[in-house]
Design a protein around this ligand. Structure first.
Ligand SMILES: Nc1ncnc2c1ncn2[C@@H]1O[C@H](COS(=O)(=O)NC(=O)[C@@H](N)CS)[C@@H](O)[C@H]1O
Ligand SMILES: [Zn+2]
Length: 416
């Protein structure tokens, strides 16, 4: 599936040794900071994409801007970035929303993916190299399930009407290694996030659906498993393994995906490849509105497109998102956009200067902040300091302004 238009990323003069030579992020599985990506060559990253309705809310945007910064740091380190993102363009929540609104589910998906594309372009998020829909991946999902059959971990529930196929997660090697949760907490979260722990006939309550037999009025596809459609988790496992292979550098997404989603994917991947799915599992925090997590089910959403139509500069929206550490949970409030708009105006104010404070130290500080667990708020503050100094003190450095414009673009994605 087409992603969206490429974003030009200026290449900056190489950093000196005062700046870390690797990117460090927090790995949820290891519960620690860890270097991510190779020393050279291609960094491989999978970030879970949207289920295309209610796009693009600020929680979505926060997640994709976060992993855009990861990509930008890797590019700045001279790495190639092989970035894959899915679109869950068939799944229960999408079908339910389509039924509620009376829209054809394919049309709803198409409209929302198109809106998501334009929002991502407005926010200057670099498009993934592989942008893959669940529907277009059904054959590779079926291949993966067939590959898992000999493991004995995939089975049909004893249900004449709907003999759906499940993955025996708790029998799988490494299960629990991503979330580090105990079983009772897993069952609670599984129930809250689309799982069916109480379904009779499963070997274990935490076993997850991999292939759902066709129900009346539901889309289904023929397969050796019977007519049906993929489960949520196996979709991402199949796409990630097909495009990135096991042991890729980063599996990413919001922290609401830690369990069940990324845990289940990781167990399925190990069962298929006998290798870890990813080196690191990296999660961005939850964006709330009025003290509650922004979510489609609650409907408490602020949309990028709504802010845009109200006149917000997308660069201000991006700045407002980046002014919160990627791992923090935070609440969106209108004053965050006001402050970001003021910051953007101040930064653009320096453009009219012929000279400014030398840029070298500031660029090194931005790089150091971002490479240390993606501390974007600190990176923004170093630019603030440079802007303030450049407005207050006469300087004769004529290349500083253009150097900083390039660095702000390449590292932060902000076009001044
Ligand atoms: N309130 C929120 N704050 C931060 N990130 C969020 C929020 N709500 C959803 N996300 C993230 O946005 C991305 C898309 O979310 S989603 O539309 O619900 N779709 C899905 O979670 C699945 N299609 C992933 S395969 C996910 O990474 C999710 O973690
Ligand atoms: Zn996913």
């Amino acid at each position: 599936m087409y992603a969206w238009a490429p974003v030009a990323v200026p290449s900056l003069p190489k950093s000196d040794d005062s700046v870390p030579g690797r990117l460090t992020l927090f790995d949820t599985a290891a519960q620690s900071l860890t270097e991510v990506g190779p020393n050279d060559g291609a960094a491989r990253m999978y970030v879970c994409g949207i289920t295309p309705y209610d796009a693009t809310h600020l929680g979505h945007a926060n997640t994709y801007v976060t992993f855009d910064l990861v990509q930008r740091v890797w590019l700045d380190l001279g790495l190639d970035v092989d970035y894959t993102q899915n679109v869950t363009d068939v799944d229960d929540p999408l079908l339910e929303r389509a039924a509620e609104t009376g829209q054809e589910w394919e049309e709803l998906a198409e409209d929302q993916i198109e809106l998501f594309r334009s929002d991502m372009q407005d926010l200057r998020v670099i498009p993934p190299r592989h942008y893959i829909g669940a529907v277009e991946s059904i054959s590779c999902v079926i291949d993966l399930i067939e590959q898992l059959l000999p493991s004995g971990l995939v089975y049909q529930v004893d249900d004449d009407q709907h003999p759906d196929w499940y993955f025996n997660t708790v029998g799988a090697e490494g299960f629990g290694g991503v979330s580090n949760l105990d079983e009772s907490r897993m069952i609670e979260l599984f129930r809250e996030n689309g799982g069916d722990p109480d379904r009779p006939g499963k070997r274990h309550p935490l076993d997850c659906l991999v292939w759902r037999f066709a129900r009346p009025d539901e889309p289904s596809w023929t397969s050796s498993l019977g007519a049906g459609r993929p489960g949520w988790h196996i979709e991402c496992t199949a796409i990630a393994m097909r495009y990135l292979g096991p042991n890729f550098d980063v599996q990413g997404g919001g922290s609401d995906l830690v369990f069940p989603h990324h845990e289940m994917c990781a167990a399925e991947a190990i069962a298929a490849a006998h290798e870890p799915m990813a080196e690191a599992f990296v999660h961005s925090g939850m964006v709330g509105l009025d003290g509650e997590k922004m979510s489609k089910s609650k409907g408490n959403l602020e949309l990028v497109s709504r802010l845009r139509h109200a006149g917000a500069d997308p660069m201000a929206i991006r700045l407002a998102l980046m002014d919160n550490h990627y791992r923090s949970n935070w609440d969106w409030t209108p004053d965050k956009l006001e402050r970001a708009t003021e910051r953007l105006t101040a930064w653009r104010g320096v453009l009219n200067n012929a000279t400014a404070m030398p840029a070298g130290e500031t660029i090194a500080a931005m790089r150091t902040a971002l490479r240390n667990d993606l501390n974007a708020p600190a990176a923004l503050a170093t630019v603030d300091a440079w802007v303030a100094a450049s407005m207050a003190i006469e300087s004769d450095d004529t290349s500083a302004v253009s150097d900083m414009v390039q660095a702000i673009d390449a590292l932060l994605g902000i076009k001044l």
